[in-house]
Design a protein around this ligand. Sequence first.
Ligand SMILES: [Mn+2]
Length: 358
Amino acid sequence: MKLLCTADLHLGRSMPFPEYVSQDAHGPSRAWRLICDLAVEEGVDGLLIAGDAIDSEKSYVEGMAIFRQGLRKLQAAGIPVILTAGNHDWNLLAEAAMGFPGVVPLGLSGRWETHSLGDVTIIGWSFPGRHHRESPLVGFPETLPARAVGLLHCDLAGGESLYAPVGRGELEAVPVAKWVLGHMHSPMDTDRFFYPGSPLGLNAGETGPRSVVMLDTEGMTCRRIPLAVLEWKLVSITEDDLLDPGERIASAVERVLGAESESELTGFRVLFQGRTARSRDFRNAAAVLDNTDFPGFFIQQAIDETKPLLDIEALAKGKKMSSLLAVELLAMDSGSEDYSVGIELLEELLEREQGLED
Ligand SMILES: [Mn+2]
């Protein structure tokens, strides 16, 4: 059997896009439509969703409507949907599935529940509330039919997590051939479990390409299918590019941003770092870039972390405390760690001296 697996769609979530980027065309709803299309095209035997299909109660009306549109399409194609609830949609799945006999939420009261799909048993557990501090594997059945696939929203980091902490060993100790997990938005693959990851990064920090997973239950093998809705990238433009600000900023940015992307749209966070004599210019550039409309990509945020260039030689000629430090610095290797510590001290000192003069 072929089962298409995904998680963390967060339908209804408003993306951190500039106004000119369409939420519907490039956000979670676009990803969901693609996933439904893919399921139909590939003629899958089922779609598995490991939690957080809908974002939250706040975006509930919108998220629910988008979700049910997709379910209608899948139902028309005779594709069953098996899903568990995550910490975001723990109280929404029962209603979402209403009127769809082929849509099966599993383990809604926080109890393990099974569902047969052909020769495969899907076993799932849903968040019973917003938080769950215990391992959800407590009370897991000791025996299961041979071909069992687990469906769970959980925090693999374990420990003190509020979000159903589990250890890797716990997942591997139970009689499940393959776990489909949700909650971590980055994709992750191991022999016994995998996180499909969110089908698109939901904020600029969630960088990297995204995909869904096709699980072939014959040999319990997985194949990733890229989803090219949106990719976030972080670019740092450092010292070398900052020698000549102004015009150069735009060309440096375009050069970096012009790099090929598999995605329909790429969202960038641009970081200006390093020292420049015209740090102020970068502050302005950041403001301009925030509002620049490029085809195929946009800049979600430009952050100025540049520092003013210090003229050590000129400072060394002075007659202040800072001059003594500047003399020391001139004798040091500018690549050393001590040198950067010295520069920071010098900046601090200059600020204080400035304060005394004011
Ligand atoms: Mn979650």
